[in-house]
Design a protein around this ligand. Sequence first.
Ligand SMILES: Cc1cc2nc3c(=O)[nH]c(=O)nc-3n(C[C@H](O)[C@H](O)[C@H](O)COP(=O)(O)OP(=O)(O)OC[C@H]3O[C@@H](n4cnc5c(N)ncnc54)[C@H](O)[C@@H]3O)c2cc1C
Length: 474
Amino acid sequence: MPTSPSEPVEAPQSARYDLAVVGAGPAGLAAAVTAADLGLRCVLLDGGRDTGGQYYRHPAPGLGAARPDRLHHGWSVYTGLADRLAAHERAERVRFRGGHQVWALERTADGFAVHVTRGPEAADRTTVPARSVLLATGAYERQLPFPGWTLPGVVTAGGAQAMLKAGLVLPGRRIVVAGSGPLLLAAASSLVTAGAEVPAVVEATDYLGYARRPGVLAAVPAKLVEGAGHGGVLLRHGVRLRPRSAVVEAHGTERVTAVTVARLDAEWRPVPGTERRIDCDAVAVGHGLLPQIDLATELGAATRTAPDGAVGLRVDARLRTTVPGLWSAGETNGVGGADLAIVEGELAAHAVADRVPKPALLRRRTRLRKFAELMAAAHRPGPGWTGWLRPDTDVCRCEEVPVARIREAVDELGAGDPRTVKLLTRAGMGWCQGRMCGPAVACLAGPGEPGPDRRPLACPVPLSQLAAGPSGEG
Ligand SMILES: Cc1cc2nc3c(=O)[nH]c(=O)nc-3n(C[C@H](O)[C@H](O)[C@H](O)COP(=O)(O)OP(=O)(O)OC[C@H]3O[C@@H](n4cnc5c(N)ncnc54)[C@H](O)[C@@H]3O)c2cc1C
């Protein structure tokens, strides 16, 4: 359901939206259609072209994929939501606007001004007025650097999934999958099913953390079935699972040709003498996901830290953030997967419409959130990972800042927090604005949990659009 970028999206003051939903992934899509079912006038905005978000990522139209469902679990859940959206669009209860990246939210006397960029021209800026906003902007991947991680052929685990789902391509033929978190099993299973060879899945934990709360596990049988399904696929393809291990170096000159894998101790310190080399032409690596919450933290929304150190928004049982009129659903409240995102989208829509949801929906959320917390605790990065860094390993790849410069800022220049490290070294000042290097810099800067992301602009915005003034005219 793409929209032309030139199509206007502003509602006249008389037709101010009841709800602007930012992000059309599982959470935002479910929220928009449920809110419309309940009689609200909504606009659903996404920086991407289509609905679906990260989980239901579509093949690019030019590829002519005949069976996109084969790349996804639960594709019928997505098509059900998309059909409901189409019906609401026809009835003019919801407007979906793809290619609309929200760069800031602003409180107004009677709600919010949602500032959007649709492209590079001054005229591509627009502002959407809405009484309430629901944030469903998902998450991005946590990266922990290692020597060689900037070589071509090293991609993120989610990036490998995205290449496959959107581009129908593999990052290589022989791909080592590494890092920590449930995404590794999903990625490895998709890669082998699509014809790649996966010589190893290298997971930094031992999965024993899941066994600490058997009751929580037993309450989410579908998750167990999903995990077992991935396990079965990996077993059939002879994929070796290496728990308590990490890729501590990628080798190659033009691109990656091999990795060194080492055993880790309980703190994720590499154990000397356990290194082994695995030939490969690609590495898909990720260490979990981090909620994308900068639009809300800029408004002062309170946050909470999950057991894996990821900072998400603090919401109450009705999915309200601490900013009046601002709701949040899905990964923005802490990473928990697509099923939880859909449930939270539906619950948030009920809350915005001031309706009481079915108790079963509330119970389902409780079960899935508890599982999300268990998952986060099971995959919490250990502090010893910095043991595989070398002085010349780039930490900030945008600004090419190596470990040695960050250690110098901390040990010799007295920087005790990530912000001071950034000011002294430029780490985090590049295009990604610290999304890639932020967790690593925070860890190298010293003890203490990283604080919430603060970015006044949630994405790059041309100066011409900023100069156009608050209302976007001109
Ligand atoms: C790269 C990646 C790959 C993943 N792959 C898998 C997988 O293979 N299997 C699996 O089980 N889980 C996967 N996940 C996790 C899964 O995608 C999530 O659990 C699920 O999609 C959460 O739904 P959501 O609606 O909360 O967020 P998302 O699906 O992430 O949707 C968020 C949406 O918000 C939009 N958005 C973000 N910021 C803005 C903005 N400022 N303005 C406008 N729009 C914005 C994004 O374009 C996106 O469409 C992946 C996550 C990532 C980050």
